[in-house]
Design a protein around this ligand. Structure first.
Ligand code: AP5
Length: 221
């Protein structure tokens, strides 16, 4: 399975990705997670990316394309992948095309998670992420059993620096300007599948898995 999860910040890409990879056994490649790991480790890539991330702006294409190229060369990505947060611009999508053409493999599906933008603001300002295992919670929609601690590993729950409301609104604007054109890009090729990403997390997962099953059927028929 070679799939892209597309959608605005807070659409639930990370939440759904962890459930999809459980069901399909492919690596979840989140460019946001890779960048945050680099920031935490104090690498030069992290230092370069941090100022863009904290402001809710996109990290330059050449940085992202190089980083994803390296990730795709790793052994676990040879049998497929689920991208979360990549591609985010047309040049990134074109760079991915080149990699897939070189490998002689097609993209199976691009899933667009559709959510109202005010709902996104509610979701992101209430998001908390476990510093230990990365599990995602929400103060209202998916609260931990013990305040401030992860249900899985008892790690500390933290708020992302870019989840403050003013940064979230800028990220949405950046999405409209630079990432939304990808909807038309993939729609023109017949690869785009829209999914209503509002409602209960499990209901959204059921919709996503049904669409993936349908896409797999189309690819083999
Ligand atoms: P990244 O980490 O990719 O952030 P994002 O795309 O903005 O997406 P989020 O992680 O904020 O949201 P999500 O859709 O994963 O939602 P989640 O599942 O967590 O990127 C961060 C930054 O890195 C970018 O701003 C940029 O600077 C840089 N970057 C990354 N990739 C790049 C690229 N390719 N090019 C250039 N720059 C790049 O859910 C959100 C909350 O909602 C959670 O609390 C969750 O519990 C809750 N929730 C989820 N589903 C539901 C539901 N159905 N109902 C109620 N609550 C729900």
């Amino acid at each position: 399975m070679r799939t892209i999860l597309l959608g605005p910040p807070g659409a639930g890409k990370g939440t759904q990705a962890s459930r999809i990879v459980d069901a399909h056994g492919v690596p979840h490649i989140s460019t946001g997670d890779i960048l945050r790991a680099n920031v935490k480790a104090g690498t030069s890539l992290g230092a370069e990316a941090k100022r863009f991330m904290d402001a809710g702006e996109l990290v330059p294409d050449e940085v992202i394309i190089g980083m994803v190229g390296e990730r795709l060369a790793e052994p676990d990505a040879q049998g497929g992948f689920l991208f979360d947060g990549f591609p985010r611009t047309v040049p990134q999508a074109e760079a991915l095309d080149e990699v897939l053409v070189t490998r002689g493999v097609p993209l199976d599906a691009v899933l667009e998670l559709v959510v109202d933008h005010e709902e996104v603001v509610r979701r992101l300002t209430g998001r908390r992420t476990c510093a230990g295992c990365g599990r995602i919670f929400h103060l209202v929609y998916d609260p931990p059993s013990t305040e401030g601690r992860c249900d899985d590993c008892d790690g500390e729950l933290q708020q992302r620096a870019d989840d403050r409301e003013e940064v979230v609104r800028n990220r949405l604007e950046v999405y409209r300007e630079q990432t939304e054109p990808l909807v038309a890009f993939y729609e023109a090729r017949g690869q785009l599948r829209r999914i209503d990403a509002q409602g209960e997390v499990q209901d959204v997962t059921d919709r996503v898995l049904a669409v993936l099953q349908e896409a797999a059927g189309t690819a083999t028929s």
